[in-house]
Ligand binder design. Structure first.
Ligand code: BTN
Length: 303
């Protein structure tokens, strides 16, 4: 049992006044139910009913759990993944330890959209990273729909005016070569005062409220994102990878630029980004004209 999940429901079950034996006797199903019940309590921040009224999807967002505060929606999603339907969404008003890529902490104050989508695609684990690119496309297409021009910085940052507005963290649950679930975590700085972010990320972050005139309707925006996501997810399932790549290139902010990639273990690659391959790896031409493929890393644009 995950410690974060126990902490989440500890107040509900009053764990402090229970013996370890009594807690064990609650059983895994009760804990799953308790987590789901917590995700069904009313919220003044986001209305599930309102979101539902805009929803045009078959599966994505049809089952939704909305929390006031969790450490990370991805963790809750992982915990519930076996006991929910494909396309279930976990959303939280705030995250106390939102997770970014490479083990970083992701700032998730109230006013942002912090959500995870649970998917159960019948594909091999090696295909899962493509879902990150697909999600980035779904986010930019959604913003486009609301007349907000955004771009994708490889592999998964969504930028407005060169500043990050959204991050994506894809995590897979696989047993041997069997992909059980994929968790798509999406964090959008919707109505946030970026001045409250830590200094080191303040200058490179932006919120939708910085670029939108008038009120933001988070339920409408989220429901539309689910529609775009389902559309692109179906392309993924149909194997129409070409469509995803074409769309990704359309919004890309990386190809055709000089980049520096910091890889795990401190390796740094500099060069000109010439494209992405069919697995989503970035292809870089180095100064000596050799081509290298980079599967992951932190990307800094040099021009
Ligand atoms: C990144 O840009 O480093 C990825 C950030 C992903 C953040 C989202 S917010 C919802 C979901 N839950 C998390 O803990 N992380 C993702």
């Amino acid at each position: 049992m995950n410690k974060e999940i126990l902490e989440l429901i500890s107040n509900k079950y009053d764990f402090k006044n229970k013996s370890a034996e009594e807690i064990i006797q609650l059983g895994i199903n009760d804990i799953t139910t308790a987590v789901k019940e917590l995700g069904n309590e009313p919220s003044d921040f986001f209305s599930k009913d309102k979101c539902n009224s805009y929803l045009e999807t078959d599966e994505i967002g049809r089952e939704m759990y909305l929390f006031k505060s969790v450490k990370s929606t991805n963790t809750v999603a992982k915990f519930l993944s076996r006991n929910v339907s494909n396309g279930t969404v976990i959303l939280s008003e705030t995250q106390t330890r939102g997770r970014g890529r490479k083990g970083t902490e992701y700032q998730s104050p109230k006013g942002g959209i912090w959500l995870s989508i649970i998917l159960k695609p019948d594909v091999t684990p090696s295909k899962a990273p493509l879902l990150t690119l697909a999600t980035a496309v779904a986010v930019t297409r959604t913003l486009d729909h609301f007349n907000i021009h955004a771009e994708i910085k490889w592999p998964n940052d969504i930028l407005i005016h060169d500043k990050k507005v959204c991050g994506i963290l894809t995590e897979s649950i696989a047993r041997f070569n069997n992909l059980e679930s994929v968790i798509i975590g999406v964090g959008i700085n919707s109505e946030i005062d970026i001045n409250e972010f830590p200094e080191e990320i303040r200058d490179c972050s932006i919120a939708l409220s910085d670029v939108v005139d008038g009120d933001i309707n988070p339920e409408k925006g989220t429901a539309y994102f689910f529609k775009e996501f389902e559309f692109i997810y179906n392309k993924f399932l149909e194997g129409d990878i070409g469509f995803i790549f074409d769309e990704w290139r359309k919004y890309n902010h990386t190809i055709g630029k000089f980049v520096e990639i910091q890889q795990p273990l401190g390796k740094v690659i500099n060069g000109y980004a010439v494209g992405i391959d069919q697995e989503g790896a970035l292809v870089i031409e180095k100064a000596d004209h050799t081509l290298v493929k980079v599967v992951s890393g932190r990307c800094r644009l040099l021009d």
